[in-house]
Ligand binder design. Sequence first.
Ligand SMILES: NC(=O)c1ccc[n+]([C@@H]2O[C@H](COP(=O)([O-])OP(=O)(O)OC[C@H]3O[C@@H](n4cnc5c(N)ncnc54)[C@H](O)[C@@H]3O)[C@@H](O)[C@H]2O)c1
Length: 323
Amino acid sequence: MEIKIGFIGCGGIANAHMNALSKIEGVRFSGMCDVDENRAKTASEKFGGKVYTDYKKMLEEIEIDACYICLPPFAHQGQEELCIEKNIPFLVEKPIHLNKNKAKKIIEKIKEKNLITAVGYQDRYQDIISLIKPFFLEKNLGFLVGWWVGGMPGVYWWRKKELSGGQAIEQTTHIFDMTRYLVGEPVEVFAVKRIGLMKDVENYNIEDASGVSVYYEDGTFGVIFSGCFLKVPGKVGIDFYFKDKVIEYTERQKVKINYGNKIEEIYEKGDLLLKEDSAFIEAVKTKNQSLIKSSYEDAYKTLVFTLSANEAMEKNKVIKVKY
Ligand SMILES: NC(=O)c1ccc[n+]([C@@H]2O[C@H](COP(=O)([O-])OP(=O)(O)OC[C@H]3O[C@@H](n4cnc5c(N)ncnc54)[C@H](O)[C@@H]3O)[C@@H](O)[C@H]2O)c1
């Protein structure tokens, strides 16, 4: 069965998805849309598909079975709504939006159409995560500490809060999302931030670093750090302190489980985007949403979690996480 795909946004992550999708039997690239025509052309030359600079024109002109929406956070301006109107299942990259109310309206429309959706939280598809997930059912986790601490990504929009939302929303969102996936829903957050450290970076207005403390619904707590000021290798992952073991999760690489009397180290193998994209394509083919580990509705909760962290940072007070 052939699945015809359109892309809205042909930048960094879009090309990674195109590479993965090109390995899946039956996938055909029908449309490549980017406001930067050169990017759409380059993608089309490599993978195929008609070139567009206007997503409305693309969705009007060609018939596709699924759409990839790979836009910077600020650029979600009706693309999801038009896909829903035209009954086109979509995979949208995280963060799904910067506006909670607009994202909530999108959920209502998705539900009306019972449309297949997926969000780019590919870490949920890791084998090492499937392996440790059952430990969380034992409910003896004391607390967790998460990190996404490194340097500043090169894309121009990342350093502007109004365009990216800041590091917690744009990047550490993978860590926030993973804690929801494994531990459960957050109920309240408090946050602190550090600014003004990066004297060498022009024109930025995001935090250099932040620390977010979280209470989860089962009484577990956690602290999640973000930092983009580092000039040396940083740390990306989560440490989980259980009553009877300590798990160190290094994102997309390995888990180290210390049981006291023995230590196990298990490494992640395989192409993670291929796992995520294969699940999405199969879900589209079979109309089976349950194959997807991060739906739009679920990813909305991670968006609200991170928006609440930002609000706590700005207001310097505890914020209830309200979906
Ligand atoms: N899941 C992951 O691991 C992962 C990794 C990287 C990026 N991302 C996410 O993917 C999204 C895109 O990031 P990126 O690194 O690919 O950015 P990018 O800047 O490399 O690419 C974005 C592309 O979108 C295009 N664009 C902007 N507005 C548009 C519009 N209205 N219509 C069509 N095209 C438009 C830009 O011209 C650009 O080519 C971000 O939300 C980011 O957080 C996810």
